[in-house]
Design a protein around this ligand. Structure first.
Ligand SMILES: Nc1ncnc2c1ncn2[C@@H]1O[C@H](COP(=O)(O)OP(=O)(O)OP(=O)(O)O)[C@@H](O)[C@H]1O
Ligand SMILES: [Mg+2]
Length: 247
């Protein structure tokens, strides 16, 4: 089933001024439910801009966007906020967790905004943290967690609303090898359960775990390829741990 269908998407910054800059030049992209996609390309090629538009954090200057077969082009700010809150989870390179706030509270936050009763907030946030292997870190603040653990909290936060799709912008960009494999194996498991995952990365190795790779260059899609043999992050993590167990 079609999840995302965009046509002729353009994004121009400072539109109408003398120094306007067009960074997406008419993108066409279809993503169906259950895909696991990476978006690659050089710095400045428009990856984050595209991801922000796909996640309704930003609006295109031109073009159409159908999400679940509904044309969102003329949606109001409130309608866009509703889709964002109900259907989409975000994971960022720099985690974006609230400091001096526990893992549990960070993950409860989206549920609080959604008006879920507190007892349920707790239960669902605990479950999401258990899913990412942090059931024993509920009361830790970000400063008391490693980078990989902080990123897992941010994945739990992205998941807790049961979104249709998770967008991740360089989710492993700040992490060491083992933590990167951990993050990728969580995405892999989520994708096996049917979750759509779309992530930006500039690392070939990270992209090789995903099932489709879209290459951007200068604001255009240069290539769009199926990865016939995605690597298994779960296996890579096991192999890495076995090799480094004495260190
Ligand atoms: N708010 C903004 N105002 C003006 N120009 C912007 C803005 N945001 C991004 N740009 C420009 O748009 C272009 C694409 O930026 P974008 O952040 O999408 O690139 P990227 O592919 O994500 O790069 P990176 O790999 O470095 O994260 C860049 O030239 C950037 O300078
Ligand atoms: Mg970027």
């Amino acid at each position: 089933m079609s999840l995302i269908k965009i046509r002729d998407i353009k994004r121009t910054y400072n539109e109408g001024t003398e120094v306007s800059l067009t960074v997406l030049h008419g993108i066409k992209l279809d993503i169906t439910q259950g895909e696991f996609v990476s978006i690659m390309g050089p710095s400045g090629s428009g990856k984050s801009t595209l991801m922000h538009i796909l996640g309704f954090l930003d609006s295109p200057s031109e073009g159409t966007y159908e999400f679940e077969n509904i044309n969102t082009t003329n949606f109001t700010e409130n309608q866009l906020a509703d889709i964002r809150n109900e259907k989409i989870g975000f994971v960022f390179q720099a985690f974006h967790l609230l400091p001096r706030t526990t893992s549990l509270e960070n993950v409860m936050l989206p549920l609080m905004y959604a008006g879920v009763p507190e007892k349920q907030q707790r239960e669902r946030a605990t479950k999401a943290l258990e899913m990412v292997g942090l059931g024993d870190r509920l009361d830790h603040t970000p400063a008391q967690l490693s980078g990989g653990q902080q990123q897992r909290v941010s994945i739990a936060r992205a998941l807790v609303n049961e979104p249709k799709v998770i967008f991740a912008d360089e989710p492993t960009g700040n992490l060491d090898t083992a933590s990167s494999y951990e993050i990728m194996s969580i995405f892999e498991a989520l994708n096996k359960q049917g979750k759509t995952i779309i992530m930006v990365t500039h690392e070939d190795d990270i992209a090789s775990y995903t099932k489709r790779i879209v290459y951007l260059r200068d604001g255009n899609i240069e290539r769009d390829e199926i990865n016939k043999k995605p690597k298994s992050a779960e296996q890579s993590l096991k192999a890495y741990k076995a090799k480094h167990k004495d260190q």
